[in-house]
Design a protein around this ligand. Structure first.
Ligand SMILES: [Zn+2]
Length: 136
């Protein structure tokens, strides 16, 4: 079975949002920039005042690679790992699902999709936002 995250007090709002089908992100009250992964302070200006807001769940692929030999048998190859730049300007390290391993994904528009893995955890993955599954 795929290893699952262990939510902490800091990351609990993010994981609760995923279970609810909403991608939440922290937004700094001082500089208004969004940041991910969950942090006790803004990585841009170091302010500790932030709020959780709902992300559009849309972005584009900055970079990606296909894993053919996973680190453990818990992962089913091939699968695509990627950095997605969200519309709100923050980046997520994630998986792209539903795309062929040889698809040209850099620059492709993607949107979040949640996979419920257990009673407590839904993982946010991304799928191509275009109907053809290819970059326009
Ligand atoms: Zn800030």
């Amino acid at each position: 079975m795929r290893p699952l995250p262990q939510p902490t007090a800091l990351s609990r709002p993010f994981w609760d949002g995923c279970l609810d089908g909403r991608l939440l992100v922290q937004r700094c009250a001082s500089c208004a920039r969004c940041f991910f992964i969950p942090s006790a302070f803004c990585p841009h200006c170091l302010d500790t005042d932030y709020e959780w807001v709902e992300s559009s769940g849309r972005g584009h692929v900055v970079t990606c690679t296909v894993v053919w030999r996973p680190p453990t048998p818990a992962f089913d190859p091939p699968y695509t790992v990627a950095v997605v730049r969200m519309e709100e300007g923050y980046d997520m390290f994630t998986n792209i699902v539903g795309a062929e391993p040889d698809a040209h994904l850099i620059g492709a528009a993607v949107r979040v999709r949640f996979h419920k893995e257990s009673e407590d955890i839904a993982l946010p993955f991304f799928e191509l936002a275009t109907a053809t599954g290819r970059r326009p």
